[in-house]
Write a protein that binds this ligand. Structure first.
Ligand code: NOJ
Length: 521
């Protein structure tokens, strides 16, 4: 017995020393980047022949659905300031820049019969500027700004959108594929489908839950898969790139040890991201069993003749399965999950939430960002990476988004704490055998945070939206990230010498929250 205790003590001690290393190295070849999206930074909303997107329409609706009544008409003005953006990337030393192409800037009506040359020129200039500076362009084809013309035809609920998206992708491969070697088809399908069609938190605010998000899910998956197949069949050989999808994943932790809470957490993961990841990354393909079962059962109880979740035929399952060269992971936070009698009557019928049958709550002890949904839970990130490894045969994972919002200010110690803790968790997952190959900070600069307008700042660079030249200034976190990239190491004690209190004070603001504690697995 005494011997066992001693061995146990020694194991704990060595695990403690292991996890408390203060300087940790990233694996050979690991890549670092930062991310933005067209509508959130570009502005130039009605310039040089650009067509209107669903977000142009949303932000110009009266009364405005946006928290601060703002729009992305000018945003960070990157349509005019892209050279300064690339300068910033150079200052930090990014390996790659993840940005998105605005569909209506390239195809004003959504269809490929008319290409807007000025839009093509803009992206050519940006791509060339990146390459000139040795920064790899990582291009997202769709980051939520659907051409309004296509929305009038039902948008992502119309099965024809699959072909429209393929036509659009072909234009992008033809125009940019000689220089762009890294593609993401679609950013965050759940947020497109559930938030845009199943609720009113994203454009087009359709709010038809229980029906619309499932129609959208099938079409988004098919659109993604067909573009992947198109690349494989017609472009890959010539252009030699990689192509995948970015899925937003939250970690759902059972609120207690009851079987119900474990099942609720599992269902929440499957509804939230398994719905999109399972058809692409699992061996079996198709929607996850939990999702199919829950929606079919509820639909039958509710008197529908068929499940509200559309079926994927055997041919469609085969078409979708295996269509991503990497797992593009956007991840920010975790939630506690439970299931009990209080669920009765909690959600609308029918609805996605009712189908899922889980309650998701925050733990008040977790550090809170400016965005109400965002809390710092690095161990949840670790668990998520291990779950992806276990569920999908350890795919190469590119973290395509991760970041923290504040109310503003240059001295952003809480953002620094978040980045360090999440990078530390990422390295723990690598030690666990997860094949994580890249990390992308969201965001390079402050931008239009959708329904929350400019009230939440995610930038490594602060943008002064009131100055005529939209001045960009690096926050302290930009200096910290620069050192991570330069050294290829995470050093929790690093203090940048060239970041001074004066430069922080010149913005007139500092952070409210103090830095969070360092996290150990
Ligand atoms: C995910 C989205 O892709 C991005 O557009 C958004 O700004 C961030 N999350 C933060 O909410």
């Amino acid at each position: 017995m005494a011997r066992l205790l001693v061995i146990g003590f020694l194991i704990c001690l060595s695990a403690g020393v292991w996890s408390k290393r203060k300087v940790r190295s990233f694996p050979e070849g690991f890549q670092f980047g930062a991310s933005t999206a067209a509508y959130q930074i570009e502005g130039g909303w009605y310039e040089d022949g650009k067509g209107l997107s669903i977000w142009d329409i949303a932000t110009h609706t009266v009364p405005s659905p946006i928290k601060d009544q703002s729009t992305g008409d000018v945003a960070a003005d990157s349509y005019h300031l892209y050279q300064r953006d690339v300068e910033m990337m150079n200052e930090i030393g990014l390996d790659f820049y993840r940005f998105s192409i605005s569909w209506p800037r390239v195809l004003p009506n959504g269809f490929s019969d008319r290409v807007n040359q000025a839009g093509v020129d803009y992206y050519n200039n940006l791509i060339n500027e990146l390459l000139k500076n040795n920064i790899t362009p990582f291009v997202t084809m769709y980051h939520w700004d659907l051409p309004q013309n296509l929305q009038r035809l039902g948008g992502w609920t119309n099965p024809l959108v699959v072909d429209w998206f393929v036509d659009y992708a072909r234009v992008l491969f033809d125009k940019f594929g000689d220089r762009v070697r890294s593609w993401i088809t679609i950013n965050e399908p759940k947020q497109i489908c559930f938030e845009g069609y199943g609720s009113d938190s994203k454009a087009p605010f359709l709010n038809m839950t229980g029906i619309a998000e499932y129609l959208c899910a099938k079409n988004v998956l098919l659109a993604h898969a067909k573009v992947y197949r198109l690349y494989d069949e017609e472009y890959r050989k010539l252009q030699n790139g990689t192509i995948g999808i970015s899925i937003s994943c939250t970690w759902y932790e059972p609120a207690s040890d009851t079987l119900d809470d474990h099942q609720a957490a599992l269902d929440a993961r499957q509804f939230d991201w398994g719905q999109y990841a399972h058809p692409i990354f699992s061996r079996a393909g198709d929607f996850p069993t939990e999702v199919k079962k829950n929606v079919a059962l509820k639909s039958a109880e509710q008197g529908y003749r068929k499940s509200r979740l559309p079926e994927l035929s055997a041919a469609e399952v085969a078409l979708i399965r295996g269509t991503s060269d990497f797992f593009g992971l956007n991840t920010y936070t975790s939630k506690l999950t439970y299931r009990d009698a209080s669920l009765e009557g909690m959600y609308a019928v029918p609805s996605y939430n009712d189908d899922m049958g889980a309650v998701m709550i925050k733990d008040p002890s977790w550090p809170q960002a400016q965005s109400s949904w965002l809390q710092e839970v690095p161990w949840g990130f670790f668990k998520l990476l291990v779950e992806i490894k276990n569920l999908y045969d350890n795919p190469p994972v590119l973290v395509t988004e991760n970041g923290w919002s504040t109310a503003g200010g240059l001295l952003d110690d809480d953002r620094i704490g978040y980045y360090r803790n999440y990078l530390n968790a990422l390295l723990d997952a690598v030690d666990e055998g997860c094949d994580v190959k890249a990390y992308t900070a969201w965001s390079l600069m402050d931008n239009f945070e959708w329904k929350n307008g400019y009230t939440e700042k995610f930038g490594l660079y602060e943008v002064d939206f009131n100055s005529p030249d939209h001045t960009r200034t690096p926050r302290k976190s930009a200096y910290i990230y620069r050192e991570v990239i330069r050294s290829r190491q995470l050093d929790i004690n690093y203090e940048p010498e060239d970041f001074t209190a004066e430069s922080a004070n010149s913005s007139g603001e500092t952070e409210k929250n103090s830095s969070s504690n360092y996290y150990y697995k």
